[in-house]
Design a protein around this ligand. Sequence first.
Ligand code: RIB
Ligand code: CA
Length: 323
Amino acid sequence: MTAPDAAGPGSVIPVPVVLDCDPGHDDAVAILLAVASPAVDLRAVTTTFGNCSVEDATRNALRVLTLVGAHDVPVGAGAAGPLRGEAALGNYVHGVSGLDGPAMPEPAFAARPEGAVAVLAEAVSSADRPVTVVATGPITNVATLLTEHPGIAGSIAEVVFMGGSTERGNHTPTAEFNTFADPEALDVVLRSGLPVRMVGLNLTHQALATPDVVARMLALDTAVGRTCAEWMGFFGSSYRALWEFEAPPVHDPCTIAALVRPGLLTWREAFVAVELEGRWTRGTTVVDLHHRYPDPPNARVAMTLDAEGFWDLVLDAVDRLGG
Ligand code: RIB
Ligand code: CA
């Protein structure tokens, strides 16, 4: 039985959301799910370095929004690198453009000149109720927003981030890419006192775009469905070559699914820390699921995903975007 959408029949108040991302194939699917879901009021998309340069991530975000006609969503380009150290880039997974695979439309509109942090500050402070901040790349822009606009936390409902893991990493044996790319930024968010939800690899590895899922995308017989299938094709080839996955885990839309259909995920309260110094472990999230440290829980950690319900949600959204 599929869990009801957060804005199902009768509920008319969508969740105000800002999405900070590094598109990136899976970020692109997260954007589609956010645009298509009546349960989400997508107030801004901001971009960061990560899967590719911030310039490419910004162009990719504009292309994805253009593909689905979402020309009214403010876009702001953000950090070109982390708070400390050099920028790690994920082109080895996402290709030269950061979104290799299908041809994409040229952007029909431009990013706002004021940049990501100003776009985020405006989107959050102008909302008529607290805003959910979703981050699916290195969380640098969000950390900078909290640091440069200390009063903004009062207008933020929660931060939901894709990153880290309760188990192993991917970019390194212990560190997931987003938290490896800017661990200091994640530390700022974890210490902010804001409600934080962590959607790590332990969860997102349950969201596999299997051949059946890709076939369902193609069966929609729409431009957006074909584009998604081709994204999965490229993304899957990287995951097969790099990590021996039979099907790619589509990480980032799991964050949006948690807002749209909360019953799809289960969570555990835990103390979460991110390693800042380890020679071999920098960027690793330490998730204390069994209270071995005296530190109180500072996050809710996603543990299980109803994968069938997740893909039903994503495919329904892609179908509604048509094209
Ligand atoms: O480790 C996976 C995460 O890093 C995803 O968000 C992917 O898009 C990359 O940003
Ligand atoms: Ca991402």
